[in-house]
Write a protein that binds this ligand. Structure first.
Ligand SMILES: [Zn+2]
Length: 155
């Protein structure tokens, strides 16, 4: 389960891309209160309005809407939990990357396809490891700072 993090302009968020037709990692260009309104796709670099879900897709039951008024846990415990999660991810990343040679990394591009556990080198995000194959066109890659949803196998 992914904990909500504070969103800010210049930060990152998963959004529906109107061009890629997928929910992918985006950079926030403009915010309105706690909600991103304009985003840039990290895959195709297009600018468009923020949209948390695919058109017509109903949010999963219990899913937390960004900017919504769902009750949140006490601040202190959530910060500690986030921090702990971040540390665990960093350790996971370090274990995956440690002692690997340049040649062990596959250069990331949207038309390449990846396997779980594969090491990836991304021009923008650096070194990462594939933690999950989401579907034929989407993978989750854990980078040093955080996991990101990236496109794969696009023609
Ligand atoms: Zn895109």
């Amino acid at each position: 389960m992914k904990l909500a993090k504070a969103l800010k302009t210049g930060g990152e968020v998963d959004s529906w891309c109107t061009k890629c037709k997928m929910v992918l990692n985006h950079r926030i260009i403009a915010m309105l209160g706690p909600k991103p309104i304009k985003v840039e796709c990290s895959t195709c670099m297009s600018h468009h309005n923020f949209r948390q879900f695919a058109p017509g897709a109903a949010p999963a039951k219990g899913a937390k809407l960004i900017g919504g008024s769902a009750p949140r846990p006490a601040r202190v415990s959530s910060v500690t939990k986030l921090e702990q999660e971040r540390r665990e991810r960093e350790q996971q990343w370090e274990r995956a990357i440690a002692g690997k040679a340049m040649g062990d990394f596959k250069r990331y591009n949207v038309s390449a396809t990846f396997e779980q556990g594969q090491l990836v080198r991304h021009t923008k995000f650096g070194d990462g490891v594939v933690t999950r194959i989401l579907d034929a066109n989407k993978v989750e890659v854990l980078f040093k700072d955080e996991p990101r949803t990236l496109a794969q196998g696009l023609q």
